[in-house]
Design a protein around this ligand. Sequence first.
Ligand code: ADP
Ligand code: ZN
Length: 221
Amino acid sequence: MACHIVMLGPPGAGKGTQAKRLAAVRGVPHVSTGDMLREAVQSGTPLGRRVQAVLDSGALVSDEIVADLVRERLTRPDARAGVVLDGFPRTVAQAQTLDTLLGNADALVIVDLAVSATDLIRRLSLRRVCAACGTIVALVEAGATEVCAQCGGALTQRSDDREEVVRERLAVYERSTAPLVDYYRERASYRTIDGAQSPDAVAGAVAAAIDETAAVIGQDR
Ligand code: ADP
Ligand code: ZN
């Protein structure tokens, strides 16, 4: 039975970092709707042209667009054993779509990373992405040297990590995504993790949570 993992949590909670690690450890694809949308923007596809302004405003892309992306991705052969979903679902409608896509045959584990609003704003303002290798880097302080420790590449700031956009994204999270916690809370395969710990500690807690839910998967997708 395939086991799909959803990384839930507000922008800046560390979903991307943890989802990448987890996918590498488990040997399954990391499926980030944010990455897919940014790639579409970069490559100038018709989809990219449609969503660019939405991304820059901090609002959500339509449920239909992201559902199409995820549906297509989950049908590829490498997704058969499971994927780590990062940034999807983000609305209750998307969560319902995911349940329909997976049906009863596939297990779903939901890992919710909890971080306080103050921490999120600080983290997002210090978040950089390596233009060369894609590594997500947290600057120690504003104005710290901006090169990637992995490859020496230039660090860039995501255009939606600017402060005005960050506030809008957090508001959108509260309005549209936080209700997902209620959607999933009753499931035996739902776990909340303290996302304020070090990345290694969070990764350990996430792995433990997934092992724990392995026992209940199957009765409660
Ligand atoms: P973060 O979690 O840090 O906000 P993401 O890379 O997951 O960053 O998402 C960036 C942007 O991409 C979002 O602000 C939104 O505009 C869009 N997006 C990503 N996933 C979804 C989704 N499932 N539904 C709607 N919009 C999405
Ligand atoms: Zn790099």
